[in-house]
Design a protein around this ligand. Structure first.
Ligand SMILES: [Zn+2]
Length: 247
């Protein structure tokens, strides 16, 4: 099995993360980028990364589903304070199916992008039904490293995102989702990352980080390119994006 990096996993949501981490190491996963969603999840993510240095690399964030006006200030302050220990800021973004009003989501996202810019960190973006706006906002914030995770936006936006040097990631949803497959087929190798979004349930597959190998095989299938070649490109991209050069 080729060496791969899982660039998006919610390790804090696994019942037994240490076993899943060992399983990933045994399955030729070189590293995991663990993402946070709120203060509690960010704390757990940082703790877990502390226990697995050189393998679990933390990102902290504020997921659009978790926005809560009582916690906004505290969460943003926590991110600002702890981002220096992280490889990226995420998971953050915009989701027009989430309960928080669009205007409020955008205002918080804008504040978050300013924090990322100040710390010069990549941003891991969740977006649903709002890719164009998210793309415009990250550009306007002057960000150089952005990951549109589980890319499922419009096909005609892909070359524009790629032209900015931003990344788009593939998930095991390639197993059954023709729309995600079409999108990933169109993403240039230079802008592609692999992930699992652990612990998402993909039909019968309950994702763990080792399943980034499934993402790899499915990406190879939809792109018609050998898995070794996809692995080489996406691993290089992940190293460059998250500054994992020492790996
Ligand atoms: Zn996620």
């Amino acid at each position: 099995m080729p060496s791969v990096i899982d660039t998006h996993a919610h390790l804090d949501e696994l019942p037994d993360p240490d076993t899943a981490i060992k399983e990933a190491q045994d399955g030729n996963v070189l590293a995991i980028v663990a993402v946070g969603q709120d203060i509690f999840s960010n704390q757990k993510t940082l703790e877990m990364a502390g226990r697995h240095p050189g393998f679990v690399f933390p990102a902290i964030g504020y997921h659009p589903w978790r926005l809560n006006p009582d916690h906004d200030d505290e969460t943003l302050a926590y991110i600002d304070e702890n981002l220096k220990h992280c490889v990226a800021l995420g998971e953050v973004g915009l989701d027009y199916k989430a309960k928080t009003k669009k205007k409020i989501q955008k205002a918080i996202f804008q504040e978050i992008l300013a924090i990322a810019k100040r710390h010069d960190k990549p941003v891991i973006v969740h977006c649903r039904y709002v890719h164009e706006t998210a793309h415009r906002m990250v550009k306007e914030a002057g960000l150089e490293k952005v990951i549109f995770h589980w890319y499922s936006g419009a096909l005609d936006l892909i070359p524009l995102i790629a032209a900015d040097g931003y990344y788009m990631s593939a998930t095991p949803a390639l197993l059954y989702n023709p729309y995600h497959a079409k999108a990933i087929a169109a993403v240039p190798l230079s802008n592609l990352l692999l992930e699992t979004d652990t612990p998402v349930q993909y039909q019968e597959l309950a994702a763990r980080p080792v399943h980034v190998q499934v993402t790899l095989q499915e990406t190879a299938r939809v792109k018609g390119i050998p898995a070794e070649e996809i692995a080489a490109h996406t691993t290089r991209n992940a190293r460059a994006c998250f500054g994992l050069e020492g790996l």
